[in-house]
Every structure is written in structure tokens, then in C-alpha cells.
Ligand binder design. Structure first.
Ligand code: UFG
Length: 327
């Protein structure tokens, strides 16, 4: 079996990636400090606890498992928190990724798949974003991810570290078999917060801003099913294995939905009312983030077939209602 080191494998996207890797015949080795992940989400391969900034521990892991590649998910990812505490983001995301990349190069593990974000593009109103767009992040989270992209390019030029960078749009949904799912503490994402409100676990969902320059005044996002997203990662890994070179791919569907549209669809899928209140804008939020790229489909062969709002909300709802949700 071929080992793949999965940083952040105990988190939402990382745990789904571990399942996809194991289905594809790889052994995912999770490396996670459990600061935002959950040990019981590690179900598809070995677990090693550790921080990205702990070089000695990373050297030990590379020596013990001899991974063929790294999938690097581990990161802090809350836009609002990154505005209040940017130092956390530069330390954990940027310094942590630097340490990981240095350890990978030292170990001769030269294929890396990296989780980046459409937040690196910033607020480019009414533009469909493709990989060639300029990157002007408006929050420290996006800035930290853009810096890591820059480091990857330098590391390739100097040390031959090949990489596939995936710029995610809004990841949603859960494993349809509900083996793993989304559970953040605290939760900040629209769909799980809405399901909590529907379920009476919180009073209401607050809509952050109703005065945006969009048809219904609320922000527009491009939602992609987490299972589609991680399938792209397996394709990205195979792309590197085949020696096809470093690449950047957006992972979005090209269709945007407003916050109000997501609320309406959630009411329809769950057949329940969504209690809402209208609030002010949230700092750091972009008006509209929608992918304008078909590169992943054309070149990687990616087919985001599960990324309908109905399926994403339905799978998230099933996970929400499963026993796993209550920690
Ligand atoms: N929203 C609300 N109320 C809430 C939560 C969210 O109205 O209680 C709105 C937000 O303002 C935004 C939309 O719902 O317009 C989606 O918000 P999320 O927090 O679910 O997602 P974000 O778009 O803020 O962030 C996500 C990821 C980031 C990534 C970003 C890129 O969490 O890591 O997508 O857009 F950088």
C-alpha cells in the first residue's frame, strides 16, 4: 500500500479525503494536532498527533511512513478570526506550511497537494474567477494561503517540490454514508449553522448583510460538495504521480447561490422552517465568489456530480441527524 501523509486528516475536509484515498487504494496517514479536528474522525488509516511547526516530529513521521506524497489540509480557516488574530494565521498556516515543506524536501517526498482558497482572489465584483485572476485577498486567512502558494512555487524552482494547488470555493455537505461529516467548534459556516437553527439547537440563523450589490442583497457563493472536492484531490495526486507537472485548479461549479437561496433550499430539503434574523455585514466577507474555470473538468477529468444544493444540504442534514454529530 502507498502511504500518503494527510495533514489535517482529522478535520472536515481532511477526513473525507482520507476516505477517498483509502477507497482509491492509498493508506492515508493523518497528521493533526487536534486543535480543530477530532480523533474519532480518523477512520481510514493511522493517526499521528503533532503540530506543523514541530520539525523533529515531522522528520520522525516522514522516516516512519515513507509517504509517497503529502496532502496538506491542516490550517486555521476562519475568515473572521483571521481579521482579529492575524498572527495565528501567519504562524500556523504560513510558518507551519514552511516547516512541513522543508521536512518533505529533506525526506525526498516531492509531491504535494495543497488546499488553497478562492479567498486568495479577494473581492472582484461581478467577475467569474479563474486561475489567471490576480490575487488580492481582503482577509488574513486568504493572505496566508496566497503566501503558501508563493512558497510552493519557490520550493519547486529550488528543490523540485511538485504541487497541485486547489483553490476551493465553498465546501459543503457530508459523506452520504455519514461516516464522517462537518463539525467545527465553534461553527461559523452557513449550512451547519442553518441546520442547527432548523433543529432548535440555536435560536435563529443571522443573515450577515442584506445590502450587498446582489439581486436579493445577500452574498453569493459557489458551493461544492465535499465528496466531489476530495475526489479532485485523488485526481490531483494521480496527476503528480503521472509527472504532469505543477498546476493550480479552482474547485467550484461555476454556479453561485445567495444566502437567501440557500435558506430557501434548506427549508425545502428538510421540510422545516428556517428561523432567521437579518444582521449587519460580517467583516472580511466578499460580495460574490464564483468560479469561472473549467480547468479541473477539462484537464483533471473532474466531475462534480454531487454538488447540487439539494444533495449538499441533504447529506449535511443526514450527518447532522446521525448520532455522530453530538460530541
Ligand atoms: N453567513 C450568514 N450567516 C451565518 C454564516 C454565514 O449569513 O451565520 C453567510 C456569509 O456572510 C457568507 C455565506 O453565508 O456570505 C457563506 O459563509 P460561510 O461562513 O459558510 O463561508 P465563507 O464564504 O465565509 O468562507 C468559506 C470558508 C473559507 C473560505 C471562503 C471562501 O470557510 O475558508 O469560504 O469564500 F476562505
Amino acid at each position: 500500500m502507498t502511504n500518503v501523509l494527510v495533514t489535517g486528516g482529522a478535520g472536515y475536509i481532511g477526513s473525507h479525503a482520507c476516505k477517498a484515498l483509502s477507497k482509491a487504494g492509498y493508506t492515508p496517514v493523518t497528521y493533526d494536532n487536534l486543535s480543530t479536528g477530532w480523533e474519532d474522525a480518523v477512520k481510514f488509516g493511522p493517526f499521528e498527533k503533532g503540530c506543523l511547526t514541530d520539525r523533529a516530529r515531522l522528520d520522525q513521521i516522514f522516516a516512519a511512513y515513507q509517504p509517497q506524497a503529502v496532502m496538506h489540509f491542516a490550517a486555521l480557516s476562519q475568515v473572521g478570526e483571521s481579521m482579529r488574530e492575524p498572527g495565528l494565521y501567519w504562524h500556523n498556516n504560513v510558518a507551519g506550511s514552511l516547516c512541513l515543506m522543508q521536512a518533505a524536501v529533506a525526506a525526498g517526498c516531492l509531491d504535494l497537494v495543497f488546499s488553497s482558497t478562492c479567498a486568495t482572489y479577494g473581492d472582484q465584483d461581478n467577475v467569474l474567477l479563474d486561475e489567471g485572476c490576480a490575487q488580492y485577498p481582503i482577509n488574513a486567512y486568504g493572505a496566508s494561503k496566497r503566501a503558501i502558494e508563493d512558497m510552493l512555487r519557490d520550493f519547486e524552482a529550488a528543490y523540485g517540490l511538485r504541487h497541485v494547488i486547489f483553490r476551493y470555493f465553498n465546501v459543503a455537505g457530508a459523506d452520504p454514508e455519514a461516516e464522517v461529516g462537518e463539525f467545527h467548534q465553534p461553527e461559523t459556516h452557513l449550512i451547519p449553522l442553518m441546520l442547527d437553527a432548523i433543529d432548535g439547537k440555536r435560536d435563529a440563523l443571522t443573515i450577515f448583510g442584506t445590502d450587498y450589490d446582489t439581486p436579493d442583497g445577500t452574498c453569493i457563493r459557489d458551493y461544492v460538495h465535499v465528496c466531489d472536492l476530495v475526489e479532485a484531490h485523488v485526481l490531483g495526486l494521480n496527476w503528480l504521480k503521472e509527472g504532469r507537472g505543477s498546476r493550480v485548479f479552482n474547485l467550484g461549479t461555476g454556479t453561485g447561490f445567495s444566502v437567501r437561496e440557500v435558506i430557501e433550499q434548506s427549508a425545502a430539503v428538510t421540510n422545516r422552517a428556517v428561523p432567521i434574523v437579518e444582521g449587519p455585514r460580517r467583516p472580511g466577507d466578499c460580495t460574490r465568489l464564483v468560479s469561472g474555470s473549467t480547468g479541473a473538468t477539462a484537464d483533471l477529468g473532474w466531475q462534480p456530480g454531487r454538488s447540487t444544493l439539494t444533495q449538499m444540504i441533504g447529506d449535511a442534514w443526514r450527518w447532522h441527524q446521525s448520532g455522530h454529530y453530538a460530541k
